[in-house]
Write a protein that binds this ligand. Structure first.
Ligand SMILES: [Zn+2]
Length: 343
């Protein structure tokens, strides 16, 4: 085959895919100018390929970085529960299990952290606990957890708040187990509460007069963009809307609202959610003069144990924000071995 024809053929096949017209001077019929065209076109092809591939490579790196940052955001928790050593024995052992929850499938529910309670003791304990709770809530929000503020009976104060509108916008869903406005003691599932709160639970001297002075959530706990505000089963609708199956519960009072409210432990467990109680960020209405006549904080621990036996496991705030689990200044008991989760 003559050389000229081979060159011409090669030139054609190279020139055809180029989208860039070459200057007239570079168009030649001989072999040498053909080589110049070949080099020029190869370079422009390389540039094109580079332009096409580079974003892909950067994209891959970005995806890798995104994956690493998602991994850092995962919630690594040590869940404490109590299981019966033998069925019907009434003897329980502490069981701790490690788990990892996806923040995007997790909500944090803040129960009744009001500005003011009828009991002065209860009001001051909420104020003492609130800064640590706000730290935990901030961390959870930063990791992508949906924050649900649930200051019951005070929603009038939030009527025009975007967080209120967000909760109201969640579409209702049908449930197998009917949603209830309050889920009381459930004998089919749990023993009677280990503390007697029939007097209202005020341990102050003199005893505080009962009432309903709460108007809003305590200001210490910040409400940010993207947070929701509700005091009803709207909380469950919000979770369903977002594919949320994990619920972290904190707030007061453990023997009353934290168990019974429509957004809280009993209802969420009965709806099949994975629920965990933050046991160092809660309190009870319990008067030590009542059965079983133990210290106030020992009374709270008894209710935590009750929940760990019959409803859901518990965790402590240090698992996510470091430091030590929260303790009230008035709690003078020595720290329990099981208070601090193994790292
Ligand atoms: Zn009181």
């Amino acid at each position: 085959m003559p050389t000229a024809r081979r060159n011409s053929g090669a030139r054609r096949s190279l020139q055809t895919p180029s989208p860039y017209p070459l200057p007239q001077g570079q168009r030649g019929n001989d072999g040498s100018s053909g080589r110049a065209v070949f080099i020029a076109q190869t370079m422009s092809l390389a540039a094109l390929l580079g332009a096409a591939l580079l974003p892909g490579l950067i994209g891959r790196d970005a995806a890798g970085a995104e994956e690493a940052s998602q991994e850092k955001k995962m919630l690594n928790l040590t869940l404490r529960s109590r299981t019966e050593t033998a069925k019907g024995s009434g003897a329980y052992q502490v069981v701790e299990t490690r788990t990892q929850w996806d923040p995007k499938r997790t909500a944090a529910v803040i129960c009744d952290m009001w500005d003011k309670h009828w009991c002065k003791g209860a009001t001051s304990r909420v104020a003492e606990m609130a800064p640590r709770m706000n730290e935990l809530v901030t961390e959870l929000r930063n990791r992508g957890v949906l924050i649900i503020h649930a200051p019951s009976d005070t929603l009038k104060s939030y009527a025009d708040h975007p967080g209120r509108k967000l909760a109201q916008s969640a579409p209702k869903v049908a449930t197998k187990t009917p949603l209830q406005g309050w889920v009381g003691l459930t004998p089919a599932r749990e023993a009677p509460l280990p503390i007697d709160d029939s007097d209202g639970g005020c341990g102050c001297a003199p005893t505080c007069a009962q009432g309903g002075p709460w108007r809003k959530q305590i200001e210490t706990i910040q409400i940010k963009d993207g947070d929701a505000i509700t005091d009803s089963a709207e909380a469950f609708y919000l979770m369903k809307q977002r594919g949320i199956t994990n619920v972290i519960v904190m707030g007061v009072h453990l023997n009353m609202c934290v168990l019974g409210r429509p957004f809280s432990i009993r209802q969420m467990v009965l709806q099949g959610q994975n629920v965990v109680l933050v046991r160092d960020l809660t309190d009870t209405m319990y008067n030590p003069r009542m059965r079983p006549q133990v210290d106030h904080f020992a009374g709270t621990d008894l209710v935590v144990e009750h929940i760990e036996k019959y409803w859901c496991p518990s965790m402590t705030s240090d698992q996510l924000i470091g430091g030590m689990p929260f303790r009230f200044a008035a709690d003078k008991r020595p720290p329990s071995k099981t208070d601090i989760a193994p790292k």
